[in-house]
Design a protein around this ligand. Structure first.
Ligand SMILES: Nc1ncnc2c1ncn2[C@@H]1O[C@H](COP(=O)(O)OP(=O)(O)OP(=O)(O)O)[C@@H](O)[C@H]1O
Ligand SMILES: [Ca+2]
Length: 689
């Protein structure tokens, strides 16, 4: 409560000394000058101390309320659950036992529960047990604990315990909340404050010595040194209080406080600008950022994906209207149709769900949704006659493999693998393709070249390209991975994901402000180039490179654009930039793949909407609207904080030194100082801060 802050403020050493002085002054004053005249000095000091304490406590209290609010915001995670037969998104605070939680890669498990259904669920329990090896969880080993993280795969879990009843909750209740560490600037200013405090101490001692000497000489000359009265004691106490006042005036306690205040102010403003600052130091660091490594999907682009072009049966078509679907319907054979629909609807992690309001929506990652919705639009033309197969095995998508595979058992017997993912990777795995009659034909060099050209032309139009392929197998090993080759290519999707409005201007203002913007993406290099050009990141003499090439290069060769990067590439880039070039690096990201880089960066910015919990946890700032422009705002505020603090330090030091000198000189010349004035002056300094 408020009184705790008052108590804290009272703990200040100089204030305690002053209080002792005040008490002494009252006692001696009463003894020598009597009531009420003897009280005045002491009371004056006490009043000033009270004022200082109240102002400090009130500002600290206000701060803590604000931090608490932000803290709640930080902890408020939204999760997908099935409840009352409908799927919905709820806050972690509303989760109850019996809810079915949908977990996917990058999630933090919100409650204790039991595994019901899922594929390749890999759980990282290090936060709970310290065990660094992640564990596979399945029907045989069904316990999932709150606070752990989903490293791979997806699953449904039924909640058995929530909140403080979970293992995690119990563990947390034994730990007290760790306070915010001091920011680098605060540490530095604390140092400055200490030095000035020491100077003040020297001056204070000097003043006391000067005053005492004057007093003794005076006394020796008038009444002689052997005659002492109680008023003498009062004078000495007052001299001592004067010395202490000089220390109080000299110590710029306001400095570190000023940092907190301006950071907190920036934090509040940023919250309105859709950036949630998790660590106070982040604002300040962002002000000095020299490089921003941004990912593409979702940060520079809108993340609303739609299939825009396809290539099937050796021809590319643009998908714009119903007429083009009809044309497609007549152009490809029925066997190709069924393969296509099977592939789209079996090899997906998106699903159609009925919300609590009865409305149907498609859920999943934006890429999955785009393909799934395209599949739904085709359905009107061909019925789902052949879709009665059962899934045997699923290898969920992740950024390292950049593909997803499923094994299904066909109604007519036999098994079939479907694989979809990054176009170059899938084409590499194919040696056959479906032609216009629906026949499977070998992939000759000519055809392969044609396909590569198609992919490049799609990518150059800034489309994200994905391929879908299949392979029939007679027998399979339950534990084996999907085959690395022998696939037949069905279709190439070109998915449009337009650049966000305002990004180009934001990049431009970065460049004007001297911040270099680099793009690191998991996407195809041509797509990356096209988008980078559109945003103004890639100039004509800029360089784009692919992840595998980057790994073989020396660290000196830093790139404007890196494509087909692996999570570790991002991390490596950040480490190099920080280590070799001593740059202050900001990184933005959303996926689990970005977490290592976010953590390594001087300042990590995670996306609030598309971002996974793991990414957010490793970030210093959460960009609530996923917008690159917001990132610029963070940098802007960071710089403002710097400038404000700079100005304040100038102001405070001037005031301190002037006050110090005036107090000292006046003490030496006149032999009296005004304690109350001194205290009020220091109070004024703190208030101005
Ligand atoms: N659900 C999916 N199934 C199969 N392949 C996918 C899926 N989603 C994306 N891909 C492929 O993986 C690539 C993206 O990989 P990755 O996750 O590393 O990048 P990203 O995070 O989407 O992009 P960025 O780094 O720009 O944000 C895409 O180019 C696409 O070809
Ligand atoms: Ca990403």
């Amino acid at each position: 409560s408020f009184w705790m802050f008052v108590w804290d403020a009272l703990q200040d050493t100089t204030l305690i000394i002053l209080m002792v002085c005040a008490l002494l002054s009252v006692v001696v004053g009463l003894a020598s000058e009597g009531w009420p005249k003897g009280m005045y000095d002491g009371l004056g000091i006490i009043l000033s101390i009270l004022l200082v304490v109240m102002v400090t406590a009130a500002s600290d209290y206000k701060q803590s309320l604000q931090f608490k609010e932000l803290d709640n915001e930080k902890k408020n995670i939204f999760i997908h659950v099935t409840r009352d037969g409908g799927r919905q998104k709820i806050s972690i605070f509303d989760l109850v036992v019996g809810d079915i939680v949908h977990l996917s890669i990058g999630d933090q498990v919100p409650a204790d529960g039991l595994f019901i259904h899922g594929y390749s669920l890999l759980i990282d329990e290090s936060s709970l047990s310290g065990e660094s090896e992640p564990v596979y969880t399945s029907q045989d080993k069904p316990f999932i604990l709150a606070g752990t993280k989903v490293q791979d795969g997806s699953a449904k879990m039924i909640v058995t315990a929530v909140g403080m009843r979970t293992e995690w909750g119990r563990l947390m209740s034994t730990l007290s909340e760790g306070g915010e560490d001091e920011t680098p600037l605060q540490v530095k200013l604390n140092g400055v404050a200490t030095i000035i405090g020491k100077i003040g101490l020297v001056f204070a001692t000097l003043t006391f010595v000067v005053l005492m000497t004057r007093f003794l000489i005076d006394k020796g000359l008038t009444v002689g040194l052997s005659n002492w009265y109680s008023t003498d004691a009062l004078t000495i106490v007052n001299y001592f209080a004067t010395a202490v006042t000089i220390i109080v005036v000299a110590v710029p306690e306001g400095l570190p406080l000023a940092v907190t205040l301006s950071l907190a102010f920036a934090m509040k403003k940023l919250m309105n600008d859709k950036a949630l600052v998790r660590h106070l130091a982040a604002c300040e660091t962002m002000g000095s950022a020299g490089t921003i490594c941004t990912d593409k999907t979702g940060t520079l682009t809108t993340n609303h994906m739609v299939v825009d072009k396809i290539w099937i049966a050796e021809v590319s078509k643009s998908v714009t209207s119903n007429s083009s679907l009809e044309e497609l319907n007549s152009a490809i054979s029925s066997s190709a149709w069924s393969l296509l629909l099977q592939g789209i609807f079996e090899n997906t992690s998106a699903e159609v769900v009925k919300g609590s309001d009865g409305k149907q929506t498609v859920l999943g990652t934006p890429t999955e949704i785009a393909i799934f919705e395209y599949g739904l639009s085709l359905q009107g033309y061909r019925d789902a006659e052949d879709r009665s197969c059962t899934k045997v095995k699923v290898e969920p998508f992740n950024s390292v493999k950049k593909k997803m595979a499923v094994l299904v058992s066909l109604p007519g017997g036999g098994h079939r693998w479907f694989c979809k993912g990054a176009s170059e990777i899938i084409v590499e795995m194919c040696d056959k393709v479906i032609d216009q009659d629906g026949d499977v034909i070998p992939l000759s060099d000519d055809r392969r070249k044609n396909i590569t050209d198609t992919i490049n032309s799609f990518a150059s139009d800034a489309l994200r390209t994905l391929c879908l392929a299949f392979k029939d197998v007679d027998e399979f090993d339950e534990n084996a991975d999907s085959p690395p080759n022998g696939f037949t290519l069905i279709i190439i999707f070109g998915i449009k994901d337009p650049v966000r409005p305002g990004v180009k201007e934001a990049v431009q203002s970065c460049i004007t402000a001297g911040i270099i913007v680099r793009m690191v993406t998991g996407d195809n290099i041509n797509t990356a180039k096209a988008i980078a050009k559109e945003c103004g990141i890639l100039t004509d003499d800029g360089i784009a490179i692919e992840g595998p090439d980057f790994r073989n290069k020396s660290p000196e060769e830093m790139r404007d654009v890196m494509a087909r990067s692996l999570p570790l590439d991002k991390h490596l880039l950040v480490t190099n930039l920080r280590g070799m070039f001593q740059e202050v690096v900001a990184v933005t990201g959303d996926g689990t793949n970005d977490a290592p880089a976010l953590h390594e960066a001087d300042i990590g910015l995670a996306m609030g909407i598309a971002g996974t919990e793991v990414a957010k946890e490793n970030a210093d700032v959460i960009v609530l609207d996923d917008n690159f422009t917001t990132i610029i705002n963070v940098a802007r505020w960071g710089r403002a904080v710097y400038i404000n603090i700079q100005k304040f330090v100038q102001f405070q030091l001037t005031v301190n030194i002037v006050a110090l000198v005036i107090n000292f000189v006046s003490a030496c010349i006149t032999g009296v100082t005004n304690i109350i004035d001194g205290v009020l002056l220091s109070l004024l300094c703190s208030c101005c801060g």
